[in-house]
Design a protein around this ligand. Structure first.
Ligand SMILES: [Zn+2]
Length: 143
């Protein structure tokens, strides 16, 4: 499904829910292909090393957030990790902050439209884990 630029109103942040050190872009993509998603579910993926990997094209809907029909109005970013039990690497957060700033400018989105998956109305998930969601909350408060 096409995702028109003017329809991108939110950015949703996810965790892979697997130990960051054991998780690569290729591994998650393979898993999502196996599940029949046709591609990795996200537009961007940030590995434990902080390396940014490109998933879906930004002009294609993701399959990362069913709740509130978010897939048709958002981009999805996933960090390798299980953030109820481990913290994101500083280098992952550096990559995330810079990616978010670029996307906010490109799509003219304000910081309050960057949500953790669990913050999406009607979602029932732990994603993106406690420590990553706490980072998001404080990042949104920064000027
Ligand atoms: Zn998620």
């Amino acid at each position: 499904m096409k995702l028109l630029r003017e329809n991108v109103k939110f950015i949703i942040v996810h965790q892979s829910a697997t130990k960051k050190i054991e998780t690569s872009f290729e591994k998650i993509k393979k898993f999502h292909l196996y599940q029949g998603m046709g591609n990795i579910a996200y537009h961007y993926f940030i590995e434990a090393s902080g390396r940014l990997r490109k998933g879906r094209n930004e002009s294609t809907c993701g399959t990362h957030t069913k709740a509130s029909q978010m897939n048709s109005k958002s981009l999805g970013i996933c960090l390798a990790g299980e953030f109820n039990n481990e913290d994101p690497e500083p280098t992952q957060l550096k990559t995330l902050a810079s990616l978010l700033n670029n996307l906010l400018t490109k799509y003219k989105i304000s910081k309050d439209k960057v949500l953790g998956h669990r913050e999406v109305y009607n979602s029932a998930t732990e994603c993106p884990g406690d420590s990553l969601n706490e980072w998001l909350v404080s990042w949104r408060e920064q000027k």
